[in-house]
Design a binder for this molecule. Structure first.
Ligand SMILES: [Zn+2]
Ligand SMILES: [Zn+2]
Ligand SMILES: [Zn+2]
Ligand SMILES: [Zn+2]
Length: 523
């Protein structure tokens, strides 16, 4: 007789976890523990803290109570990790994505302190990409007929059809006639790894935020010039010292998300909104003057993207530096126009989605690399990702300092780039991001509400929900003791409770919108 099918159980772990769950749930402190872990309930890897916490009266500043974490369940305070990356912590990323959606949406339609009138400002949605660093397998559909672009099953054109096929100097075919499926792992991979310029790509990623910064400034200058030509006067703002400063009558506020493409090059999705300037209240959000329109915004951005390039500082491997410029296509679209398929909601959902991702599209995902871990990921003879990481590590190596060639430009930032002692050192720090060291979501100060405001609002709301007096603030000098739940059983219990609370909780209108969008509207 064959033995009982014990293999149906996941041995070890599952049994251990079940035992942990039972032990925890049977303990008399269980409900207290559940309540205690609630603020971090859904988190995958909460931060564990210890030490003294004090309750302080907001009005008098007097300490009204004190507590050591030793008196708490598990003698620990649990705090959600707050990671924005879905691959790291789905629950914290869910919260972050909701906030990102709010930040973007409020900047488009107003609300939470942003005037509703922003809904009438000209807005464009631009996608700025990196240039080619060598041919990669790609999928191009001339006209989509699919309903969901995420699961596109349209017939694509042949990848890289050429009449004179031939091979590259390394013997690799220079053409590819495959019609790649949307999930083909070859997509974004070079036709020849040895022909591909991995070094240029990681340097491009590394300097892309600077390229964007200068492009934005150039767009501002183009708009100011258009105002001048049309006789729209500058606006005089009285500064703190009582002097009048004359500024252009329009300014552009933006929200920007970085997306890592499959080939490992970053590209940017940017919302640009045209605002006016109120001389009496320079911080107010007011519509731009009538003589300047969305056409001007669009033209200014196109002109700036064509015009601006960055030459990076000299490197021993590239004494003249690398040229950093945008790819050929700069896609600029209007939103909320009569014909447009792009609406506020769609754009906000799109941006928020990318805000919770990093390098996942490339198939690579790791934390910061160190001399101890680099060899697990970097390989100059390895696959595409291994070569990109290797390029970061190699270019970021300690090198003798270079003095600027003296070819100073009018742009002082260029000079400061050149005179930093080790301008490429950061490539090692950002090797796990394939060179990109910028934030995945950034926005101009004036664009919208801040993440901090949303977090505060949420905390206040939670306190009110709990009937806790809001004139008490909690302060503490807490010490980090570790990350993660104590056992797998704890993780299961806390996460399940959090999920149930979310399902039960009354869903307000905004949450409803958020949920709708999460369940597919954003596809
Ligand atoms: Zn978390
Ligand atoms: Zn191909
Ligand atoms: Zn399609
Ligand atoms: Zn080759």
């Amino acid at each position: 007789m064959s033995p009982a099918p014990l293999t149906l159980y996941r041995p070890g772990l599952a049994v251990g976890r079940d035992a942990q769950v039972l032990r925890r749930a049977a303990s008399p402190e269980f409900s207290g523990w559940l309540e205690h872990t609630r603020p971090a309930g859904g988190c995958s890897r909460p931060i564990r803290l210890t030490d003294t916490i004090a309750a302080v009266d907001r009005n008098t500043g007097r300490i009204t109570g004190q507590l050591h974490t030793d008196e708490l369940p598990d003698r620990t305070l649990y705090k959600a990790c707050g990671n924005r990356r879905e691959s790291v912590c789905p629950d914290c990323a869910w919260v972050y994505r909701g906030d990102a959606y709010q930040v973007v949406c409020r900047g488009l339609t107003g609300g939470k302190g942003v005037p509703d009138s922003v809904g009438r400002h000209p807005v464009v949605f631009a996608t700025l990409t990196a240039p080619s660093f060598g041919p990669v397998h790609h999928r191009h559909v001339a006209r989509h007929t699919c309903r969901n672009r995420q699961r596109c099953d349209c017939r694509p054109a042949p990848c890289r059809a050429r009449s004179t096929a031939g091979t590259c100097p390394h013997g690799q075919p220079a053409a590819c006639f495959a019609r790649h499926d949307a999930d083909d792992p070859r997509l974004g991979r070079p036709l020849c790894l040895d022909c591909y310029d991995h070094a240029h790509q990681v340097v491009w990623n590394y300097f892309s935020s600077e390229l964007w910064r200068r492009t934005k400034q150039a767009a501002d200058r183009h708009l100011a010039a258009r105002c001048r030509r049309r006789g729209i006067p500058k606006v005089g703002i009285v500064t703190a010292s009582g002097k009048v400063r004359w500024v252009p009558p329009v300014r552009v506020s933006h929200g920007k998300v970085a997306e890592m493409q499959r080939r490992g090059a970053v590209h940017f999705h940017v919302l640009l909104r045209l605002d006016g300037v109120d001389p009496d209240d320079p911080d107010a959000l007011v519509p731009p003057p009538a003589g300047i329109t969305v056409d001007d915004l669009e033209a200014a951005l196109h002109a700036a993207a064509r015009q601006i390039t960055v030459t990076t500082p000299p490197h021993p491997d590239q004494p003249d530096g690398w040229l950093i410029a945008w790819g050929e296509q700069v896609d600029v679209r209007r939103i909320n126009t009569a014909s447009g398929e792009l609406t506020d909601d769609k754009v906000a959902a799109y941006l928020a989605k990318y805000a919770t991702k990093a390098t996942e599209a490339t198939g690579h995902s790791s934390t910061r690399l160190t001399p101890a871990t680099i060899d697990d990921y970097a390989d100059p003879e390895g696959d595409h990702t291994a070569r990109l990481i290797d390029a970061c590590w190699h270019l970021g190596r300690p090198t003798p300092t270079h003095t600027s060639s003296g070819a100073a430009t009018a742009d002082h930032r260029q000079d400061s780039l050149d005179t930093r002692p080790r301008p490429y050192a950061g490539l090692r720090r950002w090797a796990h991001m394939l060179g990109f060291g910028g934030h995945f979501l950034t926005k101009a100060r004036r664009y919208s509400v801040t993440f901090a405001l949303l977090r505060d609002t949420r905390a206040t709301y939670r306190r009110e929900e709990d009937d806790e007096p809001t004139d008490t603030i909690t302060v503490g000098t807490l010490t980090y003791i570790g990350s993660g739940w104590l056992t797998e059983g704890d993780a299961l219990l806390a996460n399940t409770a959090a999920r149930q609370r979310r399902e039960i909780r009354h869903i307000g209108r905004e949450e409803l919108a958020h949920e709708t969008w999460l369940t597919g509207a954003a596809a």
